[in-house]
Design a protein around this ligand. Structure first.
Ligand code: NAD
Length: 482
C-alpha cells in the first residue's frame, strides 16, 4: 500500500471523532487499474447514520451563529490545504477512481475552487427591504440556513462532487452528513480530515462511508432533524430519494444523469469541433454526467469529423493513471466495462462502423479502448443510454430543425454542445436545446462560478454560482411596521 493511502483514516467521521461502524462492518476499496484492494473502510450502519445526524444537529446552532467571515475563513483555509496537498490528493483519486493523473489534477483544481468561490460568497449579504405596493408595511426578506443537510455523491468526481455541495452548505451556515460513493470513499475521508484542520468545528462535516446506501440514506431522510438532501448520481436512485424525501417534505437538489448531444453544424470549424469533442467526450475517460454522448454532425462534414476524431482518439495513451504519461485510465469496474463493450458490440452488429478502438485490452485492470463509431443509426439503443465510457457514436442530420429534434429526443436535459461558425445561428440552436448547460464552440463547460444542473429528468436545482448557495438557504419574509 502506498504511504499516502496508508495514512488516510478509514473509519467513520462523526462529530469530529473517527469511529468504526456500530457493528464493526467494513468494505474493500479496489484500484480499477489493477483490481487490487487498496484499503478497507468502515461501512456505516443505520445506527451510525442516526449518530451522524445527531452530530450535525448538535453542531447546527453554533455553526449558524458563526459570522459569515469566520465561515469564509474555514473555506479559504480548506482551499489552501487542497491546493498545497494536490499531489497527495491526486494520488488518492487516481488510485480509487482509476482516472488519469491529468484528469485528477484537473478535478482537484475545480474541486478546491468551490471552497474559494463560496468562501468569497459567504460574506456577500443578500436579502432586502422594500415598501409594500399598498404602502401599509415594509417587506423584509431574509435568508437563513435550511438546516442539517444530507449530501450523497457519486464515484466519478470523488473530490469535486463533495466540495460542490460542502462549500455552499458551509457558507450558508448548514451542517452536513456526506455519504460518498462506496467505490471512492478515501478522497472524502481525507477531505473530512482536511476540513477539521482548516477549522470546521466538530459535527459540522460528518462523513459516513457505507456499503449499505439504502439503509443509511433512508434512515437519514426519515429523521425529522434533517431538512435537506442534495444528491448527485443516477436518475434512477434520484427518483427513489425524491420519493423518500416527500415523507418529510425535504428540500431537494438533484444532479442526475445525462445524455449530452454534441451538435456540429455545417458551417462549424471542424478542427475546433474535433478538439472540443475530444474534451467533451474524453475528460474523465468519458465517465462524466456531461460527457458528449451522441455526436450529431451535418452530413456534409460528418465523414471529415469522424475521421479526424478517430485519429485523435486512436492516439490517446491508455494505461494506469499513476503513470503520468497516460491520457486515459480504466473505467470504474468490471461491470461497467462489460456494459460498454456490450453496447459497442450491439451497435456494430446493427451496422455502425468501428473507426477505431472497440476492444478491451488483455491484462489487469478495467481498460477499454477509446472508440469511435460512425454511421450510427438514429434508432440505435446506444444513443438512448448514458455510455459513461470512452465511446463516441457519430450520427448525421441534414437540417438544423432535424438536429434540434434529435438533440431533444431524450428524457435527459443536462448538457449539450453546439459548434457553428455563425454566432447567431449557434445561439439560436443553443436556445432550442432543452439542456441546463450548453457549450457553444467549447467542449469544457464546468465552472464553480456558473450554475450547473439539468432540465427534464436530469435534475432539480443548480450547483455552483449564487444559485448553488440559495439551495442551502431558505427565505423568511417579515411584514413590518415602524
Ligand atoms: P448512483 O446513483 O449509483 O450512486 C450515487 C450515490 O448514491 C452513491 O453514493 C451511492 O452509494 C448512492 N446510492 C445508490 N443506491 C442508493 C439507494 N438505494 N439509496 C440511497 N443512496 C444510494 O450513481 P453512480 O454510479 O455513483 O454515478 C454515476 C451517475 O451519476 C451517472 O448517472 C451520472 O450521470 C450521474 N452524475 C451526475 C452528475 C450531475 O451533476 N448531474 C455528476 C456526476 C455524476
Amino acid at each position: 500500500m502506498s504511504d499516502v493511502i496508508a495514512k488516510i483514516p478509514t473509519d467513520l467521521s462523526i462529530g469530529g471523532r473517527w469511529q468504526p461502524a456500530s457493528d464493526g462492518a467494513r468494505f474493500d476499496v479496489a484500484d480499477p487499474a489493477t483490481g487490487e484492494v487498496i484499503a478497507s473502510v468502515a461501512s456505516g450502519s443505520a445506527e451510525d447514520a442516526t449518530a451522524a445526524v445527531a452530530a450535525a444537529d448538535g453542531a447546527a446552532a453554533a455553526w449558524r451563529e458563526t459570522s459569515p467571515r469566520e465561515r469564509a475563513d474555514v473555506l479559504r483555509r480548506a482551499y489552501q490545504a487542497m491546493t498545497d496537498r494536490q499531489e497527495e490528493l491526486a494520488e488518492v483519486i487516481v488510485r480509487e477512481s482509476g482516472k488519469s493523473w491529468n484528469d485528477a489534477v484537473g478535478e482537484l483544481k475545480y474541486a478546491a475552487e468551490f471552497y474559494r468561490w463560496y468562501g468569497e460568497e459567504a460574506v456577500r449579504a443578500i436579502g432586502g427591504i422594500s415598501h409594500a405596493p399598498a404602502g401599509d408595511k415594509r417587506i423584509l426578506s431574509l435568508h437563513r440556513p435550511v438546516g442539517v443537510s444530507v449530501l450523497v455523491t457519486p464515484w466519478n468526481f470523488p473530490a469535486a462532487m463533495a466540495t460542490r455541495k460542502i462549500a455552499p452548505a458551509l457558507a450558508a451556515g448548514c451542517t452536513v452528513v456526506l455519504k460518498p460513493a462506496s467505490d471512492t470513499p478515501l478522497t472524502a475521508l481525507l477531505l473530512a480530515e482536511m476540513l477539521t484542520e482548516a477549522g470546521a468545528p466538530d459535527g459540522v462535516v460528518n462523513v459516513l462511508p457505507s456499503r449499505r446506501s439504502g439503509a443509511t440514506v433512508g434512515t437519514m431522510l426519515a429523521d425529522p432533524r434533517v431538512r435537506k438532501v442534495s444528491f448527485t448520481g443516477s436518475t434512477e436512485v434520484g427518483r427513489m430519494l425524491l420519493e423518500q424525501a416527500a415523507q418529510q417534505i425535504l428540500n431537494c437538489s438533484m444532479e442526475l444523469g445525462g445524455n449530452a448531444p454534441f451538435v456540429v453544424l455545417a458551417d462549424a470549424d471542424i478542427d475546433a469541433a474535433v478538439e472540443g469533442a475530444l474534451v467533451a467526450k474524453m475528460r474523465n475517460g468519458g465517465e462524466s454526467c456531461i460527457a458528449a454522448n451522441r455526436f450529431l454532425v451535418h452530413d456534409s462534414v460528418a465523414q471529415e469529423f469522424a475521421d479526424k476524431l478517430a485519429q485523435r482518439m486512436g492516439a490517446l495513451k491508455l494505461g494506469p493513471g499513476m503513470d503520468r504519461g497516460n491520457d486515459v485510465g480504466p473505467v470504474i469496474n468490471e461491470g461497467a466495462r462489460e456494459e460498454i463493450a456490450g453496447m459497442v458490440r450491439d451497435s456494430a452488429a446493427a451496422g455502425a462502423k468501428v473507426l477505431v478502438g472497440g476492444n478491451s485490452p488483455a491484462g489487469p485492470g478495467w481498460f477499454y479502448e477509446p472508440t469511435v463509431l460512425a454511421r450510427v443509426d438514429h434508432d440505435d439503443p446506444l444513443l438512448d443510454h448514458e455510455i459513461f465510457g470512452p465511446v463516441a457514436p457519430v450520427t448525421t442530420f441534414t437540417t438544423e430543425d432535424q438536429a434540434i429534434e434529435l438533440a431533444n429526443d431524450t428524457e435527459f436535459g443536462l448538457a449539450a454542445y453546439v459548434y457553428s461558425g455563425d454566432l447567431a445561428r449557434g445561439l439560436r440552436t443553443c436556445e432550442a436545446i432543452e439542456a441546463g448547460i450548453v457549450g457553444l464552440n467549447r467542449g469544457f463547460v464546468s465552472d464553480p462560478a456558473a450554475p450547473f444542473g439539468g432540465m427534464k429528468q436530469s435534475g432539480l436545482g443548480r450547483e455552483g454560482a449564487q444559485d448553488g448557495m440559495l439551495e442551502f438557504l431558505e427565505t423568511q419574509y417579515i411584514a413590518a411596521d415602524w
